[in-house]
Design a protein. Structure first.
Lengths: 237, 112
C-alpha cells in the first residue's frame, strides 16, 4: 500500500492527508464562529458605551417577564433599563415591559429555541441608547439551547421557579455552571410545593461556587432588593 | 433543537471546503464540549436534513465529546470537569474555577 502523505499549508490553515483515494482535510473551524464574532463585537460596543448587558435564561413560565416588569418599575429613575424580549411568537412580553414605561424590543424567533447574537445586535439598533445603564435580554424560554449562544452579555442570569421542582440544577447543569446569578422565583408558593431551598442551593453551588443566589417573589416583591442591589453594584455607571 | 443551527453551519463549511477539494465529502468529524449540549441522535438527524439535495447528502457526521478543564482552588489540581460529578478528583472538594467549554469545532472532512 502506497501511502502518500503531504501537507499543504494554505492561507486557510488546511493540511491534507491523502491515503489511497480517501483524503482527510483538517479544518479546525469553529462552528458557531459567526455567532461568536458577532457577540464579541456587541460586547466591545457595550463596554465602549458603558452599557451593561445581562442575558436571562430559564424554562418557559418561570417568571422572567414578571421579574423584569417589576424591576424596571421599581428602579425607575434610579437605573435606565431597556429589555430585548425573545419568544417564538407574539410581542406580548415587549408590550408588558413597555406598559411599565421602559423601552422594549421583541424578537420573534418563529420556532427557533434560542436567540443569536445577530438578532440581539439588530434589536440594539432600534433602542435609544443615550443614558441607558443596562440592556436585559430575556432569552427564549428554554433551559438547554440558549446556554450555547453567546449574545455579548456581561453577566448571565438563570431563573428557576419553585413549581419547576428543587431537583433541576443537577438535571440541567449546563444552564447553571456558567451563570453569574441564580434567581429562585415564586418563593410565595414554595411552602405549598415543599420546595427545598437548601437542596437547590447546595446543588447549584456544587456546580458553580461563584454563583450569587437570590430568593425572590416577583409577584409580592419579597427579596427583590438583593437583586436590585446586585444590579446597581454591577451596572450603575 | 439548537442542533439544526449547528448543522447548517457545518454544512456551509463543508460546502466551502469542497470547492477547493477533489472528490465528494463522505465523512466529517466535529467536537464539542458539555455546555454545547449536543445530542448525537439529534445532531445526526439535523445534519441529514440539512445535507439533503447537496453534495453532502448521505455523509457521515461523527461527534466527539470533550470535557472542560477546571482548577481546584483547594488543592490546585487541574482536572477534567464532568458536569455529572462536579468534584475535584484529588481532594473531593467542589470549589474550583472552570475553564472555557471546548468550542464547537469542525475538525476534519474526508473526501473520496
Amino acid at each position: 500500500m502506497t501511502k502518500i502523505l503531504f501537507r499543504r499549508l494554505t492561507s486557510l490553515g488546511f493540511y491534507t492527508i491523502v491515503d489511497g483515494i480517501k483524503m482527510k482535510v483538517r479544518i479546525e473551524k469553529k462552528i458557531l464562529e459567526s455567532n461568536d464574532a458577532c457577540a464579541a463585537a456587541a460586547r466591545s460596543f457595550f463596554e465602549k458605551n458603558s452599557i451593561g448587558c445581562v442575558n436571562i435564561i430559564s424554562s418557559p413560565g418561570s417568571g422572567k417577564t414578571t421579574i423584569l416588569a417589576r424591576t424596571v418599575r421599581e428602579l425607575k429613575g434610579k437605573m435606565n433599563i431597556a429589555v430585548i424580549e425573545g419568544d417564538l411568537e407574539t410581542d406580548r412580553d415587549a408590550k408588558r415591559i413597555q406598559a411599565e414605561g421602559a423601552q422594549a424590543v421583541q424578537i420573534e424567533t418563529r420556532g427557533a429555541c434560542h436567540l443569536t447574537a445577530r438578532q440581539v445586535t439588530e434589536s440594539v439598533h432600534s433602542l435609544e441608547l443615550a443614558g441607558l445603564d443596562l440592556i436585559v435580554i430575556e432569552n427564549v424560554g428554554n433551559l438547554v439551547c440558549p446556554s450555547d449562544f453567546d449574545l455579548g452579555e456581561g453577566k448571565r442570569v438563570v431563573v428557576l421557579s419553585t413549581p419547576e421542582g428543587d431537583d433541576k440544577c443537577a438535571k440541567y447543569s449546563k444552564a447553571f455552571v456558567k451563570a453569574d446569578v441564580l434567581l429562585l422565583n415564586k418563593t410565595d408558593i414554595a411552602e405549598l410545593l415543599e420546595f427545598d431551598f437548601d437542596r437547590v442551593k447546595a446543588e447549584a453551588l456544587k456546580l458553580n461556587k461563584d454563583l450569587k443566589i437570590f430568593e425572590i417573589s416577583a409577584k409580592t416583591g419579597d427579596g427583590m432588593q438583593g437583586w436590585y442591589d446586585w444590579l446597581a453594584e454591577n451596572f450603575k455607571s | 433543537m439548537h442542533e439544526a443551527m449547528v448543522a447548517e453551519n457545518i454544512l456551509e463549511s463543508i460546502l466551502d471546503a469542497a470547492k477547493t477539494q477533489q472528490g465528494r465529502p463522505v465523512r466529517a468529524l466535529m467536537s464539542c464540549g458539555q455546555i454545547n449540549a449536543i445530542n448525537d441522535e439529534a445532531m445526526e438527524f439535523a445534519f441529514e436534513a440539512a445535507a439533503m439535495e447537496t453534495i453532502c447528502e448521505g455523509m457521515k457526521l461523527e461527534v466527539k465529546h470533550l470535557l472542560m478543564k477546571a482548577l481546584c482552588r483547594k488543592c490546585n489540581c487541574d482536572f477534567d470537569f464532568d458536569l455529572r460529578s462536579p468534584i475535584c478528583p484529588e481532594c473531593g472538594e467542589s470549589d474550583f474555577a472552570i475553564g472555557d467549554d471546548p468550542p464547537l469545532l469542525l475538525e476534519e472532512i474526508e473526501f473520496e
